[in-house]
Ligand binder design. Sequence first.
Ligand code: FEO
Ligand code: CA
Ligand code: CA
Ligand code: CA
Length: 532
Amino acid sequence: MKNSWSRRSFLKFIGASSATLSTASVGISCSSLSKNSGSIKGLPLNTASDDVSLVKGLKYKLLIKEGDSIGKGINFGTNNDYTNLYKFSDGRFGLWVNHEDMNPLLAHGRKDMSKITTSQMNYERDQLGGSFFEVKENESGDWFVVKDSKLNFVLNGNSKIKMSDKVLGSATALGTFANCSGGYTPWGTILTCEENYDKFYGEAIYDKKGRRSIKTTKRDRGWKNLDPRPPEHYGWVVEVNPVTKTAEKIINLGRFAHECATVTLSKEGYPVVYSGDDSKNECLYKFVSNKKGSLKSGTLYVANLEQNKWLSLDYQSNPKLKRKFKSQTDVYIRAREAARIVGASLLDRPEDIEIDPITQSVFVSLTNNSSKNNYHGSILKITENNPSDLSFKHETFKAGGLQNGFSCPDNMAFDKNGNLWLTSDISGYAIGSSTYKGFGNNGLFLIPRTGPSAGDVIKVASSPNDAEFTGPFFSPDEKTLFLSVQHPGEMTKELGKYTSNWPLGGNEKPLSSVICISGDFLEQFTKQDELV
Ligand code: FEO
Ligand code: CA
Ligand code: CA
Ligand code: CA
């Protein structure tokens, strides 16, 4: 281990002084967790201005915004989320960015979700999925987009995408959308995760006799009225190869509202993938591959936190699964039902998952769960001896709430020194409301690992109105943090009366964008030679 901390700092960071909370109690503010002692001064928690406000010593530059061209006939889409700075073998870099959702009012003035024209639908499909474009760093350390690079491409709601197994008789799906967070593999591919897919083509449900019907969600965008497609073709992890510009939906990782797909290797070198289903009372999954360098063969498990066990979703060995489903593929397609059958824990909306580079513990954001009166969420920490193990220990690392200075944890990133960077996602309509009074706009938070503020939660950036920060990703030298600013002004009810004008200012329409954050404040935590 490169770093050595004081025992006090270390215990404070890992939350060892806090009581271990059960699943049922997570999210309740925990008085024994460390308070913000303030040795490092962050932004006031209630900061709420229509800009990216930053702590002293940080600055930001806009890298790309919604609608910007990235090549002939292709543009940077809307509501950007996960970012991944990809290094090619020749040293060039590209940035992958997910495009999660669409605000039809801001996009083209569409207010009524049930009324959509074909051209509007096609436009919306085009703006979702993911973008990939070359980026370069200039001599001053600023990154910029190479607009017409041959490396650039998009995957969108109309792209033909291979599936690793046949689903409803087809091995090809049309489109990817609702791409929220993601991950990457050691063999040079990017994982983009289809989360709230049910907004677009609804959800397939099955009655007791196995008869299938399509359920429309309240948030339906109207696409399925014009051009229905099978919901079972969505809700997957998509593996993208930026070198070949190809993509494949990986069926054996299961189908649900995948927030992310976080990959590590077992001690024996087999890939292990963690993924959360971001819906109220849904589950946390782990896939253990039995083939090195591949995610297409292995076993899917789901977590039971009461037993501290990963429960297998293997069809052949489970008579209950055999009674309910026709095949292993069926289990993957209806993973939520299978998870309940084997006895999985129903969690408080598992969002992003990151692995501590120092201890290898698995950190899971549980953002909130109004059905359990859990409004502020928590960060769960899972410890395994080997990522392929089927038993683990768990505890609450940090509970959300005013006392700990954050609410609704979502995306996370560890820097190489093991400091944790965290974003919050209080829903646009709830920002500043009674439940969330005092939290201000959503933010980027830092939990230092060492020093006098070790374990404190420090707000280092505050987002423009209605927005959330998503997709934090460090450049290799960790002097730049790529960060998405998603859905500024999403509460706008009428064009021209925008609740945010970021990033252009004036009375301009708000635009989701990627920014680059840098500065001394960042480097004091990420430089590699400093820790004692
Ligand atoms: Fe797209 Fe769960 O956030
Ligand atoms: Ca998220
Ligand atoms: Ca969220
Ligand atoms: Ca959001």
